[in-house]
Design a protein around this ligand. Structure first.
Ligand SMILES: Nc1ncnc2c1ncn2[C@@H]1O[C@H](COP(=O)(O)OP(=O)(O)OP(=O)(O)O)[C@@H](O)[C@H]1O
Length: 199
């Protein structure tokens, strides 16, 4: 279970959220919504320990989130893709570091980038770049997926494939926390959290 208790965040002297509490069980997806600037990305970054909150307690499987690095996959909206490297080199970098056995070509095929594996990512389209970033979902054994606007620039087929991946992760007892300005299928969403814009 992902548990967040009494979270408070102040940025630029504006309270983004205050005493915010929620929990997401294993096998559930939480859909985080709200207008531009409400604090969704800030909340997601806080959930994975990348942003220090003024107050609050976050735990995954009853462990402090700071101790759960290996159990978390975070893909931010500024995805950590090296645009000077090819898709294949990015994949080798990610998974080589983790010493995992993955077949880069198989992953490349799965995200529909066959034939584009060896050109620098900066020469790909916006959606293709996003697909490179999302490759990590296919080979992730992390329990918690935290995804900031994963559907941006992704075409209809790609969105449907992503939704299927989320379903599969849920079935295996994983947790997905996702923000998107696109409406998610009702059947996929277990918990909705709407952040209001606070002045
Ligand atoms: N690096 C930063 N330093 C200071 N303030 C920041 C920083 N990043 C974001 N903010 C502020 O925090 C507030 C919330 O931003 P955040 O990116 O979390 O919103 P969001 O809900 O994800 O918005 P959007 O839907 O536009 O992506 C904004 O008012 C923004 O100005």
């Amino acid at each position: 279970m992902l548990s967040a208790k009494q979270l408070t965040c102040i940025r630029n002297q504006r309270v983004l959220f205050e005493n915010l509490s929620f929990s997401v069980q294993s096998g559930q997806l939480m859909y985080l919504t709200g207008p531009n600037g409400a604090g969704k990305s800030t909340l997601l970054r806080s959930l994975v320990g990348l942003h220090q909150l003024q107050q609050g307690n976050i735990e995954l499987s009853q462990e402090p989130i700071e101790d759960c690095g290996a159990d978390i996959l975070f893909i931010g909206h500024k995805a950590a893709v090296n645009e000077w490297l090819s898709a294949r080199q990015n994949i080798e970098h990610w998974f080589g570091l983790k010493d995992q056995i993955v077949d880069p070509q198989q992953l490349i095929n799965k995200v529909g980038l066959a034939g584009l594996a060896d050109i620098p990512v900066r020469f790909l389209s916006a959606g293709q770049k996003r697909r490179v970033a999302l490759v990590r979902l296919w080979a992730s054994d992390a329990k918690l997926w935290v995804l900031d606007e994963p559907f941006t620039s992704i075409d209809v087929t790609g969105v449907s494939v992503l939704n299927q991946l989320f379903e599969r992760h849920k079935k295996h007892g994983g947790i997905v926390v996702v923000t998107s300005h696109q409406v998610l299928p009702e059947s996929l969403v277990d918990v909705t959290l709407n952040l209001e814009y606070r002045f």
